[in-house]
Design a protein around this ligand. Structure first.
Ligand code: BTN
Length: 246
């Protein structure tokens, strides 16, 4: 289902912005936009995403899940589980940093950006953008990112074929999305998120709007939230946020 319609671009501002335009023109669910480079690749919370030509995988998928906003947001852990599974097939020790990053060797290798568009307060479509550092060498990252970013090439010690990664990724995305649509849950994806959770058992700081929540990271729930136990033993269910220390 996903990937039945594929659009390959040489360069674009952002594959997410491009896919937004297509979604508004009623392109079907499962349309995937790939670009070799992006001039304005963006990440969560207003950050930019380094999008060097021929080094990374930059793609966005149009989803139209028939659910309300809270359930639709599960598309992010679902995608994280798919990316993690796809990379693990290459014998990479990929881990999920809730809510939307994939790490290898404690360094970020992939970011996911889900953008939900609402119509009359109901989700009309979701664009899920995935950026994976494939063939970057250490020097390709800006100095301030070098200690916290990695690529598949840096981890495997040899270049990787982009199409192999895409094939694996679409396989897992299709598998997990089918469960979401047919069974209405994402239990398999959440199991993967918990099995390969980078945060579980660590003391973390999560920035959630104006607050910073500190505590021991526990399970990711079937709602996609993260359980955090604070120092007096109170367990909080954190729906979303940015993990600023772990
Ligand atoms: C993050 O780590 O904050 C998310 C990064 C998401 C980057 C991808 S690259 C493809 C797609 N197009 C964009 O502009 N962003 C996403």
């Amino acid at each position: 289902m996903l990937g039945k319609k594929i659009i390959n671009l040489k360069a674009v501002d952002s594959t997410n912005s491009y896919a937004q335009k297509l979604a508004k023109q009623r392109y079907p669910e499962g349309t995937v936009v790939f670009a070799e480079s992006q001039t304005k690749g963006r990440g969560r919370l207003g950050k930019s995403w380094l999008s060097l030509e021929e080094k990374g995988l930059y793609m966005s998928v149009i989803f139209r899940p028939p659910y309300k906003a809270a359930k639709t947001q599960l598309i992010t852990p679902l995608t994280a589980a798919a990316v993690c599974s796809a990379l693990r097939d290459f014998k990479l020790d990929a881990m999920i940093k809730w809510p939307n990053d994939i790490y290898i060797s404690e360094k970020k290798v992939c970011g996911i950006l889900s953008e939900i568009s609402l119509k009359a307060n109901k989700p009309s479509y979701v664009i899920v953008g995935i950026g994976i550092n494939l063939n970057h060498k250490k020097d390709d990252f800006p100095i301030d990112l070098q200690h916290k970013s990695t690529s598949i090439r840096a981890e495997m010690g040899c270049p990787i074929d982009k199409q192999e990664v895409v094939k694996n990724l679409l396989f897992y995305l299709n598998m997990f999305y089918e469960e979401f649509i047919v069974k209405g849950n994402i239990n398999s994806s959440i199991s993967v998120c918990n099995k390969y959770s980078l945060l579980k058992g660590k003391i973390i700081n999560v920035k959630n709007k104006e607050h910073i929540i500190t505590g021991l990271a526990g399970e990711i729930t079937s709602n996609g939230s993260l359980m955090i136990k604070d120092k007096v033993g109170t367990v909080k269910d954190v729906i979303t946020g940015e993990v600023i220390k772990f």
